[in-house]
Ligand binder design. Sequence first.
Ligand code: FA5
Length: 346
Amino acid sequence: MSEIFTKVAELKEKILSDLKEVKDELSLKSFQETHMSKKSALSQLMSEIRNLVGEEKTKFGQAMNDARSAVQTAFQAKQKEIQEKAIAMKLEREKIDITLPSYNYKLGGINPFYLIQDEIIDTFVSIGYEVKEGPDVETDYYNFERMNIPADHPAREMQDSLYINPTTLLRTHTSPEQAHAMDEKQGKPLMMICPGKTYRRDDDDATHSHQFGQVEGLVVGKGITMANLKATLELFVRRMFGEKREVRFRGSYFPFTEPSVEVDISCMNCGGKGCSMCKGTGFIEILGAGMVHPNVLKMSGYDPSVYSGFAFGVGIERVAMLRYGIDDIRKFYQGDVRFIEQFIRK
Ligand code: FA5
């Protein structure tokens, strides 16, 4: 009967020696199938227990358990060794050389249109204005009628327009946002700005584009006067251009304000001497403004004998041109990297 114990010892030695040959996960798996499954030689040897009795049966059971746990322990150690080897190899393969120079990623610039738009917004927000948004596609009613420009008014010709259908057009100015804001406030005082794009069938030249940005401003309340308008716009101009730039308020006409003014800044190209860019005047217009016309107040539900207000519309590109010395408005829309690169925020 000692034969069966020799068989157990030999089988155990054979299995452990096979395990020594295992070098990777694949052969470990095949070892597991061969020697540790139900069909393995070790499991089959166990069936011999049927032919044993008494003490021998117990001893055989013990010998088999010892063999099994020796194989199990050796298998686990091998498994750990192979896993660690695999991790070490992976780390070696994926080694990062932190001393290598980094990729030179290029930073994009911000179109100066948006730099200036943000700055204008910040300026007015800092003195208590609310920021509104309005639609680019506007009704004839808001764009013209509510701005005191009826169908037969000659001022319509100055803002020759891009119509979507007979009653809808791309807004020619941000002024219709005045009417929207007053509708919303329903007779209460207000202070708002509205930045946005505007569109006109204009001849494109160095200072005119068929698409351009404006920031509308509107203040309505009791006792608002031209002095408030002038002080506000002077503050705005000084914040945008500093103390040295020359500013001029010039009497003008808009159907929706009375009286009306335009504000000009000395030309960045010639410094005020007069050149082709400022058409010999030495100045470039940046905004239109005025006291809100009583008809506009009335149409918006405000009693002009109680309420008054002022409004303004600033051209965003014009301000940016004067600020950065940009000599042609078309540069904002050409997408030339060499132009935009000059406005990378440092
Ligand atoms: C208006 O659009 C009035 N809605 C402004 C206004 C608002 C007046 C509130 C009174 C009260 P104007 O057409 O002048 O006005 O345009 C205002 C500013 O927009 C101009 O001063 C100029 O800076 C800019 N602008 C006008 N047309 C163009 C254009 N074709 N290209 C670029 N900028 C323009």
